[in-house]
Design a binder for this molecule. Structure first.
Ligand code: FAD
Length: 393
């Protein structure tokens, strides 16, 4: 019998893993479990908010993965029995695996931020998983009057996509500048610093003047209570801010199936062996992407994609009695400040004292010509096209 590898999650990490498992060893039986028939990406969803992309351009189907010989089941995994090595699905099916790979992304810690639960997210969307939430936020921005205030509540580390909130502020600013120029953006942040901060702040001043205000933790930026019905938030020191559109990015944790499988620790995230991305806690379960503790790699689609390739190779080697593969991991995060104004941060990650460490890399130069910023915007677009094709075909 050929070995059976089950992959849970058809997003950046899971769909990559399924493809590279089958490509690396065509004799493997590979099953991919994903409830959605079309996966909508968070990457470039901020451009949709800006009016620079159609929502449909964010969607990717699973036909090409099926054509590659992967069985795709559109259902939700509900339980893992790591002793019996079985996975249960919501519609009642139970599947046996030799190796299980989880890439379930994030779930939210509802109510950790007082007043912010699933019902509140229907009034004050997070839009931190792409789909209906993204469309809701776009509709609210479209309906907002000129001169309104968009408030974003940004979370503490770690969270999905460190530069994401600040790219979102940029893209909303672009939309306002074109359509509602008297409007304001207020970012209330639970942190004192953020990814590519200098580049973002220079870009904001240059392109948007004083439209975007960022309030760090130390200036009472930390929101402690949300009143979604009133679209208002309260900070640590009791200040109340009232929004016309309120975007709350809440605290996060690994997707709940990881918790259920017993691979998360007290932090809510998944400790892994970075050489293989096998769980430190449960044998034969591999975890990649946002759910993992893979610091210093950020929680990005690019990271999930490279981690999945390493985990696929590690699974194939383990099943064939071969040694752990030697790998260097990488990540680049492009962000758009305006349509012709891109910035990036990229690193290679290698092993130092058996731990993942930044080997080389850096951020875009502080001083750069408009032509350079435009080129980075184009690299970002090419990155999206290339990685989407690599993953979903
Ligand atoms: P996902 O891609 O979220 O995939 C998880 C999948 O698992 C989902 O499809 C879900 O349905 C499925 N799933 C969960 N639980 C189960 C279950 N029990 N059973 C079956 N299926 C399940 N990254 C970049 O690299 N570049 C960017 O420009 C970028 N921009 C971003 C912008 C925004 C606004 C946001 C929010 C994120 C951005 N990211 C970006 C980050 C990127 O979206 C994530 O890092 C990436 O999606 C992580 O991949 P993943 O496989 O861990 O999770």
């Amino acid at each position: 019998r050929s070995a059976h590898v089950i992959v849970v999650g058809g997003g950046f990490g899971g769909a990559t893993a399924a493809r590279y498992l089958k490509r690396g060893d065509p004799s493997l039986k590979v099953t991919l479990i994903e409830p959605a028939t079309t996966f909508y990406t968070c990457p470039f969803s901020n451009l949709y908010l800006a009016g620079l992309r159609r929502f449909e351009q964010q969607g990717h189907g699973f036909e090409d993965l099926r054509a590659a010989g992967i069985e795709v089941i559109h259902d939700r995994a509900t339980a893992v029995d790591s002793q019996a090595k079985t996975l249960s699905l919501s519609k009642g099916q139970t599947l046996s695996y030799d190796k299980l790979l989880l890439s379930p992304g994030i779930d939210f810690r509802w109510n950790t931020l007082e007043g912010y639960d699933e019902a509140a997210a229907l009034l004050a969307p997070h839009a931190w998983k792409a789909g209906e939430q993204t469309r809701l936020l776009k509709r609210q921005l479209d309906a907002m009057p000129n001169g309104g205030t968009f408030i974003m509540v940004a979370p503490e580390n770690p969270f999905r996509c460190p530069p994401g909130p600040y790219e979102r502020a940029s893209m909303v600013a672009h939309y306002f500048k074109q359509n509602k120029p008297k409007s304001k953006i207020l970012i209330l942040d639970a942190k004192d610093s953020f990814s590519k901060q200098g580049l973002f702040q220079d870009g904001w001043k240059h392109v948007y003047g004083d439209m975007i205000e960022w309030v760090p933790f130390s200036k009472d930026g930390k929101v402690t209570r949300v009143d979604a019905a009133k679209l208002s938030v309260e900070t640590e020191f009791g200040e109340i801010h009232k929004a016309d559109v309120l975007n709350v990015i809440p605290p996060q944790k690994a997707g709940t199936i990881a918790e259920q499988a017993g691979v998360t620790n007290a932090s809510g995230w998944v400790p892994i062996d970075p050489h293989t991305f096998e769980s430190e806690q449960v044998k034969d379960i591999y975890v990649v992407g946002d759910a993992t503790i893979a610091s210093p790699m950020p929680k990005s689609g690019f990271s999930a994609n490279t981690q999945a390739k390493l985990a696929a190779a590690a699974i194939i080697n383990a099943l064939n009695g071969k040694p752990v593969p030697q790998a260097t991991l990488s990540n680049t995060c492009y962000s758009l400040i305006a349509p012709d104004y891109g910035i990036s941060v990229g690193h290679l990650y290698a092993f130092a004292d058996d731990k993942l460490a930044e080997a080389s890399g850096g951020v875009s130069p502080k001083e750069a010509s408009p032509a350079f910023r435009k080129q980075e915007a184009q690299y970002g677009e090419a990155w999206y096209a290339a990685i989407s094709r690599d993953i979903w075909g």
